[in-house]
Design a protein around this ligand. Structure first.
Ligand code: NI
Length: 504
């Protein structure tokens, strides 16, 4: 502004002077002429400064980050903290007024693309909420909004994040939404089911079918009416997924009314990776999660049977686990190249799912030993069924494999129990040698009983929940090996049994 004024003034004076001033007044003129020249230099400098200042202002505006939230809210406060997840910080935003009570936690990862995508989803939901809260008549209590996140997988290449949005806008139902993604940490791109399976139709179909099966199980357990899952649980609906359970499970934490009708509530669909591992044998999937190698077709000599070992085979069986010494027992069996059978307590399975996967991967057999170890014949039929089904399901969840054999707790079995076992295509397995290892917690005694009782085709009963029993195993294995025995699973010993068959 001041530069312009100066300009008009000095232009005037420099124009007028040569015309109005006669030549003989040159002396006085020289002084006034140099003043006029000084002012035009001054003007030029000021003009230059103004241009530089405007350019600087323009530049500063252009380098400011894009404003994500256009409105600055008076009551909004925010702060940053480290989250409980490695390499991820949280940005908390809170607003607390008569109208609204808001708490939002944004994840801040090292990849800005990931951060932006998540912030956009959160801001959209928050924008809707704010619109409602601002335009509604005031209530005696504020509307509430809580947005938080969870990280279920965070390895060197991938990150699974779930955002939970809970809003109570005094409507008929509080809003409960989830958004979830698995990101490539480097590129910031969302990894879809297509990337995981390299677009193999067969692989996607297998995963979608496994997901439907899991939803059906949950619906059955909750005693909700059957739903048309073929329409609701589709390839498209499952495209975004999360990884949980230390990289061993694919999961879809679906919010209320997102895939299933509202009445079904929230649910996390889970597919154990072991169950679909053969469809995930590709580099992308392998970088993301724990993909077990596909089981190699077993050449006959690898698994000794009654036929190829001159009949000198024995099945060692371990009940009541998995327990604190089971992993140690697996090491011992590996060292001796021995296979065994584990009759598992269903309620203990999920805590040691990794141990079960190892059992399965190393060629041992997994059997059902009920959910809570009751005397089955004393229970009503529906409870017998529950004890068997819950355990089968827990083992299937952990390993992808459904057991075909059951050992009734205390060896207690009757016609009703056998009928339940038969109805599930399973058989009942007792034992021929009881080491009574639970009574004598002495490894030497346990070893000598097992060795003394050994006959070709014997099934030896032990419990891997006792350290003394596990400690007896090296002695049993080396003594019987010297006698020419090899160690097989129950299935290796008896082959495939008819449903409802019992041993002995
Ligand atoms: Ni038992």
């Amino acid at each position: 502004m001041s530069a312009k004024k100066t300009q008009t003034k000095s232009q005037k004076s420099s124009k007028e002077r040569p015309l109005t001033q006669p030549r003989r007044e040159a002396k006085t003129n020289t002084a006034s002429y140099s003043i006029s020249r000084l002012s035009s230099v001054l003007f030029a400098i000021l003009l230059l400064l103004a241009v530089v200042a405007m350019a600087a202002l323009f530049y500063l505006q252009s380098i400011q980050p894009p404003v994500q939230r256009p409105t600055v809210l008076e009551d909004e406060k925010y702060y940053f903290t480290d989250s409980r997840y490695a390499g991820i910080r949280s940005k908390f935003v809170t607003r607390d007024t008569k109208r609204e009570k808001v708490s939002i936690e944004y994840p801040i990862t090292s990849n800005s693309k990931i951060n932006k995508l998540i912030a956009r989803v959160i801001d959209r939901a928050d924008g809707d909420f704010r619109h409602t809260a601002t335009n509604a008549p005031t209530f005696d209590r504020p509307m509430t909004e809580t947005i938080s996140y969870q990280v279920t997988h965070n390895n060197s290449t991938a990150l699974s994040i779930i955002v939970n949005i809970k809003q109570d806008m005094h409507g008929a139902h509080p809003v409960s939404l989830t958004h979830f993604w698995t990101f490539d940490k480097k590129s910031g791109e969302v990894i879809g089911l297509d990337n995981l399976t390299e677009k193999s139709e067969e692989a996607i179909k297998a995963i979608v079918t496994a997901a439907r099966h899991d939803v059906a199980q949950t619906i059955k357990q909750r005693q909700q009416p059957e739903a048309n899952l073929d329409e609701m649980i589709t390839k498209k609906a499952l495209s975004n997924f999360t990884i949980t359970d230390d990289g061993n499970t694919l999961a879809w934490p679906i919010g209320q009314a997102s895939l299933l009708p509202s009445a079904y509530g929230e649910m996390t669909i889970k597919v154990p990776i072991a169950a679909v591992a053969k469809y995930l044998q590709n580099p992308t999937a392998r970088k993301l999660a724990n993909i077990p190698k596909p089981p190699e077709p077993k050449p006959a000599p690898a698994a000794p049977t009654a036929a190829n070992s001159g009949g000198k085979v024995i099945a060692l069986t371990f009940d009541d686990g998995p327990g604190p010494y089971t992993a140690q027992l697996l090491d011992i069996l590996d060292q001796h190249g021995a296979k065994a059978t584990f009759f598992l307590i269903g309620s203990k399975v999920s805590a040691q799912a990794d141990v079960l996967r190892r059992m399965h991967a190393h060629g041992h057999q997994l059997g059902n030993h009920s959910w809570s170890h009751p005397e089955l014949p004393k229970l009503p039929i529906d409870q017998i069924a529950g004890e068997i089904d819950r355990t089968n399901e827990a083992i299937r969840q952990a390993t992808g494999v459904k057991p075909s054999i059951l050992r009734p707790p205390y060896g207690a079995v009757n016609g009703i129990v056998l009928e339940q076992i038969r109805a599930r295509g399973m058989s009942s397995i007792l034992w021929s040698v009881d080491t009574r290892d639970w009574a004598d917690r002495n490894s030497d005694i346990v070893c000598s009983r097992a060795v003394a009782g050994a006959r070709p085709g014997a099934i030896i009963l032990m419990h891997d929940i006792h350290q003394t029993s596990v400690n007896a195993v090296p002695c049993i294995l080396s003594s019987l090996k010297q006698q020419g025995y090899s160690f097989v699973t129950v299935q290796g010993l008896l082959g495939n049994m008819a449903p409802g068959a019992g041993y002995p």
